[in-house]
Design a protein around this ligand. Structure first.
Ligand SMILES: [Zn+2]
Length: 186
């Protein structure tokens, strides 16, 4: 069975803020018993250590999902990502929206800009065909396909999609930062 992940990305946290904010959100998730307090081998991250579903997970899911499929899986935890990351899905149907709200299919080769941002080799600017302003690729929004940042809460094999209520709570804890939800199958 393939694995599925969803990441709540803080688009504005700096590298130094990422660890602090990750702790703040993790503490809240533990207090609410949405995740277990002690890390175990339940994700597909670097060291496989994450936080398995807590006893209250179901209360934070879409009501139509009982969470049992997630609980049965070995990979079902929360992974904290606190380093510079291009969060992306394997979708090929990308839509990009400039900060002024103009939606476009990004130009061929735009993925090189993600690399430019990640490697810090240039300004990674993408021009909007409508307003002709250029914005850093990190300022464009890409629906659930892409987001850029230093902080991500990656939920492995939790039911699609994380409830708006859960995403809103994470957003509240990192406010006034903007958050994005990226999801993908592996
Ligand atoms: Zn525009």
């Amino acid at each position: 069975m393939s694995n599925f992940f969803q990441v709540v990305v803080d688009r504005d946290a700096s590298e130094p803020q990422a660890v602090f904010l990750a702790d703040r959100v993790l503490e809240w998730l533990k207090v609410e018993q949405i995740v277990e307090a002690t890390p175990t081998a339940c994700v597909l991250g670097l060291d496989d250590m994450g936080y398995a579903p807590g006893c209250q997970m179901e209360n934070w899911l879409d009501p139509r999902d009982d969470g049992q499929d997630t609980r049965r899986m070995k990979v079902n935890g929360l992974e904290l990502i606190t380093k510079k990351t291009v969060f992306w899905s394997v979708s090929t149907d990308y839509k990009a929206e400039c900060p002024h709200g103009h939606a476009h299919t990004p130009p061929e080769g735009w993925l090189a800009l993600a690399g430019e941002w990640f490697d810090a080799t240039g300004p990674a600017l993408m021009e909007c065909p409508t307003c002709h302003d250029s914005f850093s690729v990190t300022e464009w929004t890409f629906g659930h396909s892409f987001a850029f940042g230093y902080l991500g809460f990656q939920f492995w094999n939790w039911p699609p999609y994380l409830s708006q209520r859960l995403v809103d709570e994470v957003a509240r804890l990192v406010a006034p930062h903007r958050v994005a939800l990226v999801y993908s199958k592996l």
